[in-house]
Design a protein around this ligand. Structure first.
Ligand SMILES: [Zn+2]
Length: 151
């Protein structure tokens, strides 16, 4: 199944021990490190050890490992760092247009504080009459096609 080590990928290099990182957690399939450009201190990344470009290429058998690692690390961040975060964001950017800068799937765990200045300010759009049904129909139709079924 998995993709091989990619020489030019910083996460692959960290996983292979070729670059230094602060490793928070590691198991057979997953590694978690501190982001060297933190939005808030303690900002962590959770990364499958094999190279997958984005969430859509992650094989199903790794979902549970990834989520388990996310929970372990998020809980530890919430319980250990000072000042104690009020919450956290769990984010995965998929594709350059979505802000993904390292094309090796990763989830960010970002501890949050009231007034920390991090803003995600979407410009909310409004569906024209009938449009929401159209979008729902397109997506549902694709989900119901056999090749997209994941269960
Ligand atoms: Zn990689």
């Amino acid at each position: 199944m998995g993709s091989k080590f990619q020489e030019n990928c910083v996460f692959c290099r960290i996983i292979e021990g070729l670059e230094k990182a602060e490793i928070l957690y590691e198991d057979e399939h997953i590694i978690s490190i501190l982001d060297i450009n933190p939005v808030n201190f303690g900002h962590a990344l959770v990364i499958p050890k094999e190279h997958y470009d984005n969430f859509l290429s992650l094989p199903e058998e790794l979902y549970l490992y990834l989520l388990k690692a996310v929970k372990i690390v998020a809980q530890a961040i919430m319980d250990s760092i000072e000042p104690k975060p009020g919450g956290f964001n769990l984010v995965s950017n998929n594709g350059f247009v979505a802000g993904q800068r390292i094309p090796h799937l990763h989830f960010h765990i970002i501890p949050r504080y009231s007034g920390d200045g991090l803003k995600f300010k979407p410009i909310i759009k409004k569906y024209a009459k009938g449009e929401i049904e159209k979008y729902a129909s397109l997506i549902k139709q694709r989900i119901s096609e056999p090749k997209t079924q994941i269960i």
